[in-house]
Design a protein around this ligand. Structure first.
Ligand code: CO
Length: 421
């Protein structure tokens, strides 16, 4: 049971939760597999493009100026053409076998904001714009849409090959997009007043606390390594224990060092995960000569990430010496943590209190488009609870009452920032 519900006073703006519901369910049917019930709208796939065309039609119906830019980002805009925009964004692409809410909910709540503001017919001193960024889930390596929007896309990124073998520029051409257009999707920062993103939490914190909204003040950065220990493969029966150079034992030692490293060098938001490992040659009767494993380290503070990765390097080196192994590591990705704009987070907090909603501030452990856009404009995020903390799965869900609370907060914050109230 939720203890807090949005109460809207006489001057507050309301969203129509029935319209949001209808949109979520309609978009959730696009790219859905009837067998496993998962949604498959991976970046620049046919289903993703169908979802984008569906969204363009909804935005036009809402009376917004609607268009797709060269990177496949869908925009809808109301208000003065020459004014900087309060941009509400997220994404409508998905991971394979996704739920209905990751990304889509933020875009559809943005669509509802446009409708609600237009129906009021107040003159807007600023423009309000909804964006659905393309390929947020990283089929082509990064966040193609928001990176293009922020001018970070390079010609080389168009040659990125997805795990399924598709090359970004070919896939764009297949969908009728000119790949070079992606390099022209850059938006001058002065045309953006602020960026707000509503997203499901994808973690258990709000659901456990029974709270309908959270205000994101930091988005965690991450470092991803591929680590290799090399020892010597040998016979499991004839090689005495003290003469082994067992690469897997190096991995086991390191895994046990992680809690100590986090306790000594981390903070309350630190995370470290070994999510993938391969033991070679991989035979039950052979001492492992080599292991290869991933290490994913996250925190909201760049200094803490640096301390954690230094400590990991030292531990890997010490283990290698002790066990007679060679160690090497490859940095696979690095995303800097981002602090949300304090003024915008304060605006969300004041608006939440006015609506009778809690104003809990929390970090985001997952990466979002907001992280990229924060490089060119003030940005902040609203989280709504994920039931049981589930995400990237068909079971992903948020109670409609919580969606209504989050969308109401988004609408009222957008209206304030755009000068409508
Ligand atoms: Co998302």
């Amino acid at each position: 049971m939720r203890t807090a519900r949005a109460h809207v006073d006489a001057t507050g703006l309301r969203v129509d939760i029935e319209r949001i519901k209808r949109d979520v369910l309609a978009l959730g049917e696009i790219g859905r597999d009837p067998e496993d019930r998962g949604v498959y709208r991976m970046g620049f796939s046919e289903a993703d493009m169908e979802g984008r065309r569906w969204l363009l039609a909804r935005l036009a119906e809402a009376g917004a100026e609607a268009w797709m830019d060269g990177a496949g980002n869908v925009h809808g805009r109301i208000g003065r053409a020459d004014a900087p925009a309060v941009v509400v964004g997220s994404h409508t692409d998905t991971v394979p076998r996704a739920g209905m809410l990751d990304g889509a909910l933020g875009v559809l709540c943005g669509l509802e904001c446009l409708r609600a503001l237009r129906e009021r017919r107040d003159a807007l001193p600023r423009a309000v714009e909804v964006v659905s960024f393309s390929d947020e889930e990283g089929r082509f390596g990064g966040m193609v849409g928001s990176e293009a929007f922020c001018g970070l896309l390079t010609p080389e990124s168009l040659w990125f090959t997805a795990l399924d073998g598709a090359v970004l520029r070919d896939e764009m051409e297949r969908r009728g997009l000119d790949p070079m257009g992606a390099l022209e999707a850059r938006r001058p920062p002065e045309t953006i007043d602020a960026y707000l993103e509503l997203h499901i939490e994808q973690g258990p914190v709000l659901d456990r606390a029974g709270e309908p909204v959270g205000l994101v003040d930091h988005i965690a950065g991450l470092v991803k390594w591929l680590v290799r220990f090399r020892g010597e493969a040998n016979h499991a029966g004839t090689t005495p224990m003290e003469l082994r150079r067992d690469a897997f034992m190096g991995l086991a030692d390191f895994a046990h060092e992680i809690p100590r490293i986090l306790a000594e060098n981390g903070g309350e938001h630190s995370r470290a995960t070994i999510g993938k490992a391969a033991i070679l040659p991989g035979a039950p009767n052979t001492v492992p000569g080599e292991v290869e494993f991933s290490l994913d380290v996250r925190d909201t503070d760049a200094g803490v990430i640096a301390d954690l990765t230094d400590a990991c390097r030292r531990a890997l080196g010490a283990i290698a010496r002790r066990r007679g192994l060679m160690v090497d590591l490859e940095v696979q990705s690095e995303i800097a943590p981002v602090a949300c704009d304090p003024g915008l987070v304060d605006l969300l907090a004041e608006t939440a209190r006015e609506l009778g909603l809690p104003d809990r501030r929390m970090p985001s452990g997952a990466a979002h488009d907001a992280q990229i856009v924060a490089g060119i404009a003030p940005a902040a995020m609203i989280f709504v609870p994920s039931r049981e903390g589930q995400s990237h799965a068909p079971a992903e869900w948020t109670d409609w009452a919580d969606v209504e609370a989050g969308a109401t907060l988004l609408l009222n914050a957008v209206a304030r920032r755009a000068g409508a109230r």
